[in-house]
Design a protein. Structure first.
Length: 426
C-alpha cells in the first residue's frame, strides 16, 4: 500500500514526487514510456545533445529559476535577433506590423473575452487590416500552438504583457532538471517505474491502479498525464479507464485547447546561416529566430553558438494537417522549406545534412499533443481540475496551472501546488 501513486513521469509528476517523498510519504511514480521527462526529451545522436521537446525558459519564471538554482544548472541568454523572410526579402524584426499599436490598444480595452478569430473579425475586419490579421493569426498559431477559432483573446493579452522579459535556455538542457528531480526522489525512497502504462484506475476501499504489469493500491493518486491522454476519448480510444467519479473532471479537461507541435532537428556540416557572406548579402544580423512563409515556417539557431543545428517548428492547425505524414515525408518538407528560405538547391542541403530527427508530438504515444492553450472555457475547467475528488484524486500538469505562461514552469508549479496541498491537508 502506497500513500500516493503518481501517474506520469513528466515535470509535474516528478516535482510532486520530489516534494511528497521529502515530506515522508511512501510514493510510487508510474510512467508509461521507457524514459522520464514527458515532453522534455533529449536527443543524443547529434554532435551535442539536442532538445526534442521543451527548450526555452520564457521569462523570469520563479518556479523554474528556483529549481535551476537548487539543481545547480545555469541558464544562458538567447542572443541574436528575430529575422523575417517575407516575399523574398530579409529584414530584422524591427519593422512594426501595420496597425499593431491599434491591435494592442483594442486588446487592452476589450471588456469581454472572446476567441481570437471573433476579436479580429469584429474589430479588424476591414481590408486595410489584412496584413495585421494574417500576422497576428500566425503568431497565435505558431507560438501558442493554438487554433484562433478557440483561443481566448484575454489569454493572449496576458501572454503578450510578459513578452519583454528575457529568453533563456538551461545550459545543460531541460533533461538536467528531470535527472535532478529523479535523483531527489530516489534519495527519499520514492519508487519509480517506467515502461509501465496505467490501464485502469478504480475506487474500492482504496484507490486501485491497474497497469500492464501489476495492480497497486494507494490512499491518494495524482493524475499527471498529458492533456492529450485525458482527451483521447475524443477518438474513441481511451488509454486509461478512469472511475465514474472523475467524469466531470475529464469532461472539463476536454474543453482546454490541446495544441499540436511537430519539431524538426536538422544538423548540417556547418552553420551556413552565420556565414558573413550570407549575412552581408541579406543585410541582417546573426539570427536567433527565422520567421517565414514556408511550409515549415519557423526556425531557430543555436546562436551565439556556431553549432550547425537548425530547429524547425510547425504548430497549431498546420501541424494537425501533417500529423499522419511519415518521418521521410516530413523531412522532405523541411528540406524544401530550407531550400526556399536560403535559396539553396535541395540536393545541396541533402548533401550537407548530417543528422536529422523529427518529433511528431501529436502522434507520440502517451503524449498526443504539444501543449495546452487557453480557450474561453479553460479557466472554468482549471477551477474544477484543482479541486480534489473524494479527498483521493488529484490532477497536475501544465494545463492545470493558472498563473504561468510557460509550459515547463506551469507543469512544475502545478506539481508543487498539488504536493503542498496534500501535505497541508494530512
Amino acid at each position: 500500500m502506497y500513500d500516493i501513486i503518481i501517474v506520469g513521469g513528466g515535470a509535474a509528476g516528478l516535482m510532486a514526487a520530489k516534494i511528497l517523498s521529502a515530506g515522508g510519504k511512501k510514493i510510487l511514480l508510474l510512467e508509461a514510456k521507457k524514459d522520464l521527462g514527458g515532453r522534455i526529451y533529449r536527443v543524443e545522436n547529434f554532435s551535442t545533445p539536442a532538445e526534442g521537446g521543451a527548450e526555452f525558459i520564457h521569462g523570469n519564471l520563479k518556479t523554474t529559476l528556483s529549481l535551476l538554482k537548487e539543481a545547480n544548472v545555469k541558464k544562458e541568454n538567447v542572443k541574436g535577433q528575430v529575422c523575417r523572410l517575407e516575399n523574398g526579402k530579409w529584414k530584422a524584426n524591427n519593422n512594426i506590423v501595420p496597425h499593431w499599436d491599434s491591435l494592442l490598444k483594442q486588446m487592452q480595452d476589450c471588456k469581454e473575452d472572446m476567441t481570437v478569430n471573433d476579436f479580429l473579425q469584429y474589430f479588424f475586419h476591414e481590408k486595410k487590416y489584412d496584413v495585421l490579421r494574417r500576422q497576428f493569426t500566425k503568431y497565435v498559431e505558431g507560438y501558442d500552438a493554438a487554433d484562433t477559432n478557440n483561443t481566448s483573446i484575454f489569454a493572449i493579452r496576458k501572454e503578450m504583457e510578459g513578452e519583454d522579459e528575457g529568453q533563456y535556455r538551461p545550459q545543460a538542457g531541460y533533461m538536467a532538471l528531470i535527472d535532478f528531480l529523479k535523483d531527489e526522489c530516489l534519495k527519499c525512497n520514492a519508487k519509480i517505474k517506467t515502461g509501465e502504462p496505467v490501464l485502469q484506475i478504480t475506487r474500492e476501499k482504496n484507490v486501485e491502479v491497474i497497469t500492464s504489469l501489476a495492480k497497486y493500491s494507494c490512499r491518494k493518486i495524482i493524475i499527471a498525464v498529458p492533456l492529450g491522454v485525458l482527451q483521447c476519448s475524443f477518438t474513441g480510444k481511451e488509454i486509461i479507464n478512469f472511475p465514474n467519479c472523475l467524469t466531470d473532471h475529464i469532461d472539463a479537461a476536454k474543453t482546454i485547447g490541446n495544441g499540436g507541435v511537430i519539431k524538426f532537428l536538422m544538423e548540417f556540416d556547418k552553420a551556413f546561416w552565420l556565414d558573413k557572406k550570407f549575412l552581408n548579402e541579406k543585410n541582417i544580423p546573426p539570427p536567433s529566430y527565422i520567421l517565414t512563409d514556408a511550409l515549415v515556417p519557423t526556425w531557430w539557431t543555436q546562436y551565439p553558438s556556431a553549432n550547425p543545428l537548425l530547429t524547425g517548428w510547425l504548430a497549431g492547425p498546420a501541424s494537425y494537417k501533417m500529423k499522419n505524414y511519415s518521418e521521410k515525408e516530413l523531412k522532405e518538407i523541411a528540406i524544401e522549406s530550407l531550400s526556399a528560405i536560403f535559396s539553396m538547391p535541395v540536393a545541396d542541403l541533402e548533401t550537407r545534412s548530417k543528422v536529422s530527427k523529427i518529433i511528431n508530438w501529436i502522434n507520440e504515444p502517451y503524449i498526443l499533443g504539444g501543449y495546452s492553450y487557453t480557450t474561453i472555457l479553460t479557466e472554468k475547467a482549471r477551477r474544477l481540475l484543482i479541486q480534489p475528488v473524494e479527498d483521493s484524486f488529484y490532477f497536475a500538469g501544465e494545463y492545470v496551472a493558472k498563473n504561468s505562461l510557460s509550459t515547463v514552469d506551469a507543469a512544475l508549479q502545478s506539481g508543487k501546488e498539488v504536493a503542498e496541498k496534500i501535505l497541508k491537508d494530512k
